[in-house]
Design a protein. Structure first.
Length: 375
């Protein structure tokens, strides 16, 4: 059995009380700690010391949802008192169901193995634990193989490698649905960073920087910035195209759920001139794009999803990340195991936009003249 834990507690609840509540709830469900693959709570708890201590003991990555996300989940035991304090009628039940869900949608109420197990500790602090079962199909184990090998120089690739690379490129997707609470093997993350490092850059400028957001509280602050920009984009789309509501219905980021979060930053310009006399800003930005595409393909080769999130106001993000003068955030990369990869670009799947065919993008000798492709 694979399960997701939803945790709630009074401010200042010790780790021991939470641990005991978890043990009791697991016993009720007939489960053990080894069955726990996802742990979730509300973002108000991101700095809750006892919860952080317990998560550190078990090496859990807690997925923190906002009150609005939790309030949208149907639960068996909503509470008016909880709503007054947190803004959502349920924390633990809703968090467990969201963490056990698929594709960003919560698991059905029937998935709850333990609805709301409450424990009052010796100091009067309350801990609440809910347990939801995760359907086996949504627990995908990524294949970790971080050994890229030492490549000798020279033309060493044959059909097999060419086909593998084509398959990886064809199967790469921008992913927004992640397996909540899943972790990313540090060795695999290192391999992805290595892939970025192998990217081309104008004049060997290497103008990109990546910041691994490992602090849960910082991740929540970033998620809130993205929530804000999502609303602003919806308003702009409503005014420009009358598509505000359809946009809000799309899932456009997985900041809270993804196993790892990297911020892509354009470093302050170092004045590289080689290849940049005429289009300096563009060449530097493109070089960052090339490095990130390497990382994106490497992630797919490791069966990990990656979603590039650009719905962000740069200034407040720069402030959160303590960027120096002249540095600019360019986006956020959500990386981690996913329940399943989209078979086609999600925006095409939901008919938001139809991709242009290749022959419309390539020309022969001059703009607009059709290129015979493959001929
Ligand atoms: C620079 C860049 C920024 C992007 N920002 C977002 C974003 O904020 N939210 C989102 O849902 N998708 C974002 N995308 C993903 C694109 O929508 C996606 O790449 C495109 O629809 C094609 O789908 P595919 O990557 O699965 O082939 C971004 C992609 C790029 C390259």
């Amino acid at each position: 059995m694979k399960i997701a834990l939803g945790l709630g507690c009074d401010r200042g609840t010790p780790a021991a009380t939470l641990a005991q509540a978890v043990d009791e709830a697991l016993a009720q469900a007939g489960a053990t700690l080894a069955d726990v693959v996802a742990v979730a709570s509300i973002d108000l708890k991101v700095d809750e010391a006892g919860m952080r201590e317990l998560a550190a003991q078990h090496r859990w990555r807690v997925c923190y949802y906002s009150a609005a996300q939790l309030a949208a989940v149907p639960v068996p035991n909503p509470s008016e008192v909880v709503r007054q304090y947190t803004g959502t009628p349920s924390v633990s039940e809703a968090a467990a169901l969201l963490a056990a869900g698929q594709g960003g949608a919560p698991a059905p109420v029937a998935a709850l193995r333990v609805e709301k197990h409450k424990l009052r500790g010796p100091d009067g602090k309350n801990a609440t634990v809910s347990i939801a079962e995760i359907p086996e199909t949504t627990v995908e184990k990524p294949v970790f193989d971080s050994n890229f090998g030492d490549l000798p120089s020279g033309p060493i690739f044959g059909d097999a490698e060419q086909q593998a690379l084509q398959r990886i490129m064809a199967a790469r997707r921008d992913m927004r649905h992640f397996t909540p609470g899943a972790a990313l093997d540090p060795a695999v993350l290192a391999a992805l960073l290595q892939a970025a490092h192998q990217g081309p850059s104008v004049g060997l400028m290497q103008p990109w920087r990546l910041i691994h957001v490992r602090d849960d509280a910082l991740r929540v602050q970033i998620a809130q910035l993205v929530d804000r920009e999502r609303q602003a984009t919806a308003q702009a789309l409503e005014q420009a195209e009358g598509r505000g509501q359809p946009f809000l219905a799309l899932k456009v980021e997985g900041i809270r759920e993804a196993a790892a979060l990297l911020a892509v930053v354009q470093a302050p310009d170092d004045g590289t001139l080689f290849g940049r006399r005429t289009l300096p800003r563009e060449m530097a930005l493109l070089s960052t794009g090339c490095a990130m595409q390497n990382l994106w393909l490497a992630a797919r080769a490791h069966n990990l999803g990656l979603g590039w999130v650009s719905l962000i106001e740069p200034e407040p993000l720069a402030a959160l990340l303590h960027l120096p003068e002249g540095a600019q955030p360019l986006g956020l990369l959500c990386i981690g195991p996913v329940p399943a990869f989209y078979a086609a670009p999600m925006l095409a799947q939901v008919s938001w936009r139809t991709p242009r065919p290749l022959h419309e993008l390539c020309f022969d000798n001059r703009w607009g003249q059709e290129l015979p492709i493959g001929g």
